[in-house]
Design a protein around this ligand. Structure first.
Ligand SMILES: [Zn+2]
Length: 307
């Protein structure tokens, strides 16, 4: 098997961390999580993080810190010859685009998966975390950027992924990685996943006596409630029926109905080959400038906070 890096794309709260760890749940897989934030931190908890595995003595962050970003994936493959594929769920289309170019030069394969939620599902995830109306802008912008920068990918709908194992099987076929029963139980393996979604990562620490402590060190500010505690070690789809909320979201969408429909159509087509959606994305250049600026900001931030 040739070595490959699998990039996961998706908006915030789309299930990318969950998918990252499910795919990496294989003796030949390795989950890097949102490694971009390790190299280009933008928040305090990105600085000197505790490893995703929760072990204070784990040497993975240090090891990655010693690798130059340009050789990140190739050095990891060199260091761990048993690994055939690395999962990177940094999500940023700009990051995926840039890293893919480097990897192609190094002769390492690249595969892309885009995980997505419907507008209603994503709105629910945003409101649940008190982030409200911004879901709409994020949903539209993210997908247009992704379509503009990434040319070969497979889409997977969050709900289908968590409710139908055939969807995961098909995805593994596309990625040319092994599928097996039990691949969903990602907490049965030690992952060193950087950052990412708290609810998905909680499962990793389900057998820890001090899981509150571990998670608070990793996320710097997190308390989880008893409901979450009960459901550790199980993947479920939370269907919330709230007609008032559905109406509210429908009203938010109505003015941009065409745009939403064309994005959903592109997502749902689930094409595995290059597509050129007829979506006008006028912001490509300004996005590039902004993304480069954010990298610069991250570099300064890191210099400033890291001793
Ligand atoms: Zn670790």
């Amino acid at each position: 098997m040739s070595k490959k890096v699998i990039f996961i794309g998706g908006t915030s709260y789309s299930g990318s961390t969950l998918l990252d760890m499910i795919l990496a749940n294989d003796e030949k897989g390795f989950s890097l999580g949102e490694v971009k934030s390790y190299f280009y931190p933008t928040k305090k908890h990105h600085i000197n993080p505790l490893c995703g595995c929760g072990n204070e003595d784990c040497n993975i962050p240090e090891l990655i810190n010693d690798i130059k970003l340009g050789n990140l994936y190739s050095k990891l493959f060199e260091k761990y010859p048993e690994i055939d594929f690395i999962i990177d769920s940094s999500k940023s289309p700009f990051w995926i685009y840039k890293q893919s170019k480097k990897l192609q030069k190094q002769g390492i394969d690249v595969k892309n998966v885009l995980i997505w939620k419907t507008p209603l599902e994503l709105a629910k995830s945003f409101y649940k975390r008190g982030r409200g109306d911004i879901w709409k802008k994020k949903w539209i912008e993210y997908h247009k950027r992704y379509f503009s920068f990434i040319k070969n990918y497979k889409t997977v709908k969050y709900k289908d992924l968590v409710s139908d194992s055939n969807v995961l099987k098909e995805l593994c076929e596309y990625l040319q990685i092994p599928f097996f029963i039990g691949k969903y139980n990602y907490w049965e393996k030690t992952h060193h996943t950087f950052f990412g979604n708290k609810s998905a990562k909680m499962h990793l620490y389900k057998n820890y006596n001090n899981k509150d402590e571990v998670i608070s060190k990793i996320q710097r500010s997190y308390k989880f409630d008893n409901d979450e505690n009960k459901q550790l070690g199980e993947i479920y789809y939370n269907q919330v029926n709230n007609p008032d909320f559905d109406i509210k979201v429908k009203k938010q969408i109505i003015n941009d109905k065409d745009e939403f429909e064309s994005i959903i159509k592109t997502l749902a087509e689930n094409k595995t080959n290059s597509i050129s959606p007829k979506l006008n994305f006028f912001g490509k250049n300004s996005y590039l400038v902004k993304a480069e600026f954010l990298l610069l900001y991250g570099r300064i931030y890191k210099l400033y906070y890291r001793k």
